[in-house]
Write a protein that binds this ligand. Structure first.
Ligand SMILES: [Cu+2]
Length: 474
């Protein structure tokens, strides 16, 4: 991400020269007394008033580390007043997702994250017990502005210890959230406090950094969007953010399996598998940004957008200078990375955007199967049915017919390998698949329905006259 230039050397009131009651107050004792949410609210109101009164707009003084935390030895760094949506940035749209709310306490953006178990629906018909934040899987998207001072309270309501790592975010080492290395892990019932000044802009992420294998596999990841304080690059009209992830959920089970190493069967965008994914809706001519993050356990995802050439404008290392931006139609998003693309949506339609690894656009694919392509089962089905009622040989012309399986009985808590309903037929993709819907006109913000191509602009059955005319012998 782009590193922020020093913006203000003025030192305002020292935030933590008052006794630092927060660390004590946020721990178990207060939780037990009043409940976590109330406790944090009360805490935030308490002891901050003096600071709020004395803070000077544009010259707030809190800095990296606090006097109480560090004995006042850490160099102080100024921050800016909290950046506001509409004034300082155009908010990102998180399809299927949520944003983490904040409140301004004495010029600091204060957030409360609650790590907890969440029942999550991946697509209609498939739910699992996951771990997430604030009732969401993945966690709500954090959206801040370069120069903001941010304070995160993290309450652990899981049965296991956890931490939060701010992935790609520049901050003091003690705030980095690696369990055991930078801090003691947050025990069940405890609330920890993280605080730093945001000194970059771009697309970052956050995730558990304690028992990562289990906790990330169960969903404990989220996006951390930082808008520049001053605009960088062409202004965009639509700014979408999508987290890529992969899961192992066997049909009929209710828990993602964290022990899976290679064979993931639910591939998601913002924790939804198609047809559960919400489309990105855009007006023709608008400049569009799509931020993609990937915290999959093992896989990189080459995300392909139909209908457009785009520029890769940003990695998690920051904005790419315009002269170095590559035109592409597929962007590889390595695991542990973010990539941002931009383009002008000048071609209306319903455009597919999906991972180009073909097994990543399947749902709960069983592949412990013989290769049936080209096999002619003839009377086999009839012979087997007395032994296995309802038996049907499958796969002899591929998996396209699986799309029709949403008309058939399915195992409990599972979804068809492929297929959502399209305007013409079943769509033979699932998983990491979504739609960019570009329209000349939009009524409201919702899904505009299916695109109707103008007459003469759609593939159709060739007729005999045309075949004869053009010398096509079929
Ligand atoms: Cu993929």
């Amino acid at each position: 991400m782009s590193t922020m230039k020093p913006i203000d050397e003025t030192q305002g009131p020292a935030e933590d020269t008052q006794p630092d009651t927060s660390s004590a107050l946020t721990r178990r004792g207060l939780l037990a007394r009043t409940g976590a949410t109330l406790a944090t609210g009360a805490l935030l109101m308490h002891g901050r008033a003096a600071r709020a009164q004395s803070s000077v707009p544009g010259a707030h003084g809190p800095r990296e580390g606090s006097a109480a935390d560090t004995g006042g030895k850490v160099a102080r760094q100024a921050h800016l007043p909290p950046g506001k949506a509409g004034r300082d940035y155009r908010p990102v749209v998180v399809p299927n997702g949520a944003k983490l709310p904040w409140k301004d306490v004495g010029g600091v953006k204060v957030f409360h994250m609650v790590a907890e178990e969440v029942e999550h629906e991946f697509a209609p018909g498939l739910k699992a017990l996951c771990w997430g934040y604030n009732g969401h899987v993945h966690g709500p998207t954090i959206e801040v502005v370069e120069g903001d001072r941010v304070r995160f309270y993290v309450t652990n309501r899981l049965p296991a210890s956890t931490t939060v790592h701010w992935h790609g975010i520049l901050l003091p080492n003690g705030m980095d959230g690696v369990g055991g290395l930078n801090q003691k892990a947050i025990a069940p019932g405890e609330t920890y406090r993280y605080e730093f000044t945001v000194r970059q802009s771009g697309t970052g992420m956050y995730h558990s950094h304690h028992d990562e294998m289990t906790q990330m596999a169960l969903g404990m990841v989220g996006l951390f969007i930082i808008h520049p304080r001053k605009p960088v690059g062409p202004r965009v009209d639509r700014d979408f953010a999508i987290m890529l992830h992969e899961w192992r959920i066997d049909p009929g089970t209710r828990r993602p399996d964290p022990n899976e190493m290679t064979d993931f069967n639910v591939l998601t965008m913002n924790a939804k598998a198609f047809p559960g994914t919400e489309p990105m809706v855009v007006r023709k001519g608008e400049r569009v940004r799509i931020r993609l993050g990937n915290l999959s356990a093992m896989d990189h995802h080459p995300i392909h957008l139909h209908g457009y050439q785009f520029r890769i404008t940003e990695t998690d290392g920051g904005r790419i200078p315009e002269s170095a931006q590559w035109p592409e139609t597929t962007v590889l998003v390595p695991t542990g990375s973010t990539r941002t693309i931009e383009f002008v949506a000048d071609e209306p339609g319903d455009w597919a955007m999906h991972c180009h690894m073909t097994h990543h656009v399947m749902n709960q694919m069983g592949h412990d199967l013989p290769n049936m392509v080209g096999v002619k089962p003839q009377g086999l089905d009839a012979k087997v049915r007395p032994l296995l009622p309802g038996y049907m040989t499958m796969g002899q012309t591929g998996m396209g017919d699986m799309a029709g399986m949403h008309h058939m009985p399915m195992p409990a808590n599972s979804i068809p390998m492929v297929g959502g309903k399209g305007p013409y037929d079943d769509i033979t993709m699932g998983g990491m698949f979504t739609l960019l819907k570009v329209r000349d006109h939009l009524d409201g913000e919702g899904d505009p329905g299916w695109y109707t191509p103008p007459p003469g602009t759609q593939a159709r059955l060739a007729n005999a006259d045309e075949l004869r005319r053009d010398g096509i012998d079929v």
